[in-house]
Design a protein around this ligand. Sequence first.
Ligand SMILES: Nc1ncnc2c1ncn2[C@@H]1O[C@H](COP(=O)(O)OP(=O)(O)OP(=O)(O)O)[C@@H](O)[C@H]1O
Ligand SMILES: [Mg+2]
Length: 386
Amino acid sequence: MAVVKLENVCRYFGSTPAVLDFNLETREGEFVVLVGPSGCGKSTTLRMIAGLEEMDSGTLSFDGRPMQDVPVQDREIAMVFQSYALYPHRNVYDNLAFALKLRRFPKAEIEKRVRHAAQTLDIEPLLLRKPRELSGGQRQRVALGRAIVREPDVFLMDEPLSNLDAKLRVTMRAEIAKLHRRIGVTTFYVTHDQVEAMTMGDRIVVMNGGVIQQIATPLALYDEPVNSYVAGFIGNPPMNFLDADVSEDGGRIRGPGFDFELEPSLQQRLSSRNQHEVTIGFRPEHLKPRTDDALPTMGILQGTIELVEQMGSTTDIRLTVDGHSLIAELPRDQTLQIKDAVELGLLAGRLHVFDRDSGDRLNVAVSEIQPSSVRSRQSNGKLASV
Ligand SMILES: Nc1ncnc2c1ncn2[C@@H]1O[C@H](COP(=O)(O)OP(=O)(O)OP(=O)(O)O)[C@@H](O)[C@H]1O
Ligand SMILES: [Mg+2]
């Protein structure tokens, strides 16, 4: 277990930054997820922690020990990749034992560690099989086992589940989370799947274009995204966005098909910034049928249903409001039909307001944002194209 600290870490390929000014300090045993779209610098960051990729500037330390000049084989890390990269001609036991043999561990110690890893991962009965005789999930477990036997200070996992089918991913996701709880090794886990990020991470680092957008716990990220990029990236179905204008006196917010009174706290924030052109955001589950008056709403949206998706536990509808597409996640309802007119209430206290140009979320005064969730500001945080 180690505290991993990256300070102002940059990596350029040519003149293009792959990772720009990356700052993060883990807690001991923390499970940190790096998430973001393809090409945003996740693997490059992981490879720099491993020592497989040079850093152009910045510092990296494990428990306060500088790592920049420590070669990969001397860093107490173990990596698990998307391709399990098992040795096809060796059986599971030898795959697990290989790295320890290379390091000339005594035979008894190798035996002990391999048995223990196999037990932990529930693959003891498979020790004599070759990789081709294993299922995808079993192979992935062997790949994890190879990392465990090293007893590293830091685990680095780069999309380790992306070769598996959807059902197995869910199972293995839970297995990795349980494994982490049991052995408690500080872990960096790369994924572009926001559901994996939300369900596995103690903290999530959202990256875009090589720049950290936000570092926060899953629910903090969901409830208080720092900008419209993070807001649009996290959550499925994704957040709805509409351009809106704040009235001169700051009391109302208007846009296609709506004219809402602003809550006093939001009024204050927006008028102190003298901000009139904004983008509003609200999550699909924060729209509700107008007829349901159990919860207070800030206003009503009138639209036409374009598509009804019965999810079993909820009914999701896609609707247009004044020519703009929105998604609502409603309580299960079998009466809703395509082309129906609907009236939906937007729950009070659930409106996010973003700067239309920079994408910054305006609900929260910058001084109130926890230091851990402040992002580097080199690139703007406008809408994710998801
Ligand atoms: N060896 C290299 N030479 C040149 N450019 C590179 C190299 N490795 C990565 N890049 C570039 O750096 C950027 C970040 O790449 P990286 O592999 O870190 O992305 P990623 O977030 O892991 O993406 P993915 O989800 O597709 O794996 C990309 O634009 C990529 O093209
Ligand atoms: Mg990658």
